[in-house]
Every structure is written in C-alpha cells, then in structure tokens.
Design a protein around this ligand. Sequence first.
Ligand code: ADP
Length: 260
Amino acid sequence: AQGNAQGNAQGNALPGVRHIVAVASGKGGVGKSTTACNLALALSAQGLRVGLLDADIYGPSVPKLLGLSGKPRVIEGKTLEPLQAYGLKAMSIGLLIEPESAMIWRGPMVQSAITQMLRDVAWGALDVLVVDMPPGTGDAQLTMAQATPLSGAVIVSTPQDLALIDARRGVTMFRKVSVPILGVIENMATFICPNCGHASAIFGHGGARHEAERLEVPFLGEIPLTMAIRETSDAGRPVVATDPDGPQAKVYSEIARKLW
Ligand code: ADP
C-alpha cells in the first residue's frame, strides 16, 4: 500500500518508477540532503526498491553522503548506469562534472541536466525515486517541480522562524503546481548531548509542527541534532545504513513509514 505517496503526477512519468518524491527546503543548510538520504535508506530497509536523485545542481551532496566516487558507466547510447550504495541506486551531477562548473549554469542548463538524470539513467524498476531538490523556492525550483512527474513533496525545516517562513513558501510553491505535500519534517529539533544525552532545543522546538498545522499539511516528525548524524553524513556512512538498530535509524524509519 503506497499510503500518501500518490497524486497528480505532472510531466511524463518515468517508465518503471512508481513514485517520485521530492525532498525540498525553503533555504539551504537545514539538513535537506541528509534527510533525503536517510529517508531513502529507511524506505529501502522496508523492502522497497529505492533510488536517490541529487537534483541539487549547485550543491550536490549525495556523492559525499553515500561515499560515492567514480564516473557512472555509459551502458548504451547516452544511457548512464546509476551507482549503487547501501542498496540504493544513486545519480548526482557531482558524479558527472566538476561541481564548480555547474555553479555558473543558467536555468535552462540546470533544467536539461535534471531531465537527463531523470530520463537518461537506467533506473530500472523502482518503487520510489527520492529527489534531493535544490534549496529555495525561486523560478528554477518551480520549473523543476513542474517538469518532474512528482507524486508528492516533503518539506524539511529547522524550528527557526526564518526557516519556517521559507518552508511556507515551499508549500505554496508545490501547491501552485498541484504537487501534493506529503508533510513537513522538523530537522535539528533538539540537540542531544553526546556525553550526557540531555536534549536542548537550540533552535527552539515545535515550530514546524505548529506551521504544518497552520498550513493544514501532515507533520511527519522530528529529527534530533546529533553528533552521530553529522559524523556519519560527513563520512559517507549514513546512520540508517550503518547503525540500522540505533535510535536515529528509528526516527527516520518512523517518518518513512508515514510516507508509505
Ligand atoms: P542542506 O541539504 O539543507 O543544505 P545538509 O543535509 O547538507 O543540508 O546538512 C548540513 C549540515 O548539517 C551537514 O554537515 C549535515 O551533516 C548536518 N546535519 C543535517 N541534519 C543533521 C542532524 N539531524 N543532526 C546533526 N547534523 C545534521
């Protein structure tokens, strides 16, 4: 049962891919990529066939998060083979070009790179393709949300007011193009001290839940700010894959269950 992950797909569907789910944020640095990656792994742990597409053209972080390197193989014509890590199929612009060269790309080039990563990659049969969207809610994001046949979108925010205002813009943007909002996630909700386990609400707490209620979209859960998440992300050994029975894997898997 695919629960919430269905909706008004736009553009042309991808053959073999049942659902495409965007993970988006109004602003950068809120942990969108970390969340996308660990959610993809949590969905995979539930037995689903999952892909992760890094559409964050200007700041691709999927290769680092999954510890990937090397160029994808061309299998025929211009079709690329996705790389594999921890049971996920993955593709990122960071695997195809020097990330610095994309920094100067204009909108149409970004759009065509994303279209290629969607359509010219041998994704095969997938239950869900998780798309790590570029941060922000400008024209580029809107065009992309429109051009990608999305089943739905998940918005990641920290509890801070500024991030929440941007998250609200994100909800508005997806509504504009009739992409269902699957829900809002509060990342960095509380800081868990690695020494004593004490939880402090560094950025405040509960803001995203409140905002979700106000916007009448589901609230999917809170992810704490922990040393383990930060260290494993930076080391290319995501916590859901490397400590599947640990407390953080549990948090991501509860959110993943609400999505599916
Ligand atoms: P974004 O994609 O929104 O720019 P990232 O996923 O790259 O953000 O995260 C930014 C930084 O915050 C990274 O160093 C990442 O490891 C860290 N981070 C993200 N979420 C958490 C978390 N819940 N706990 C600890 N560190 C986190």
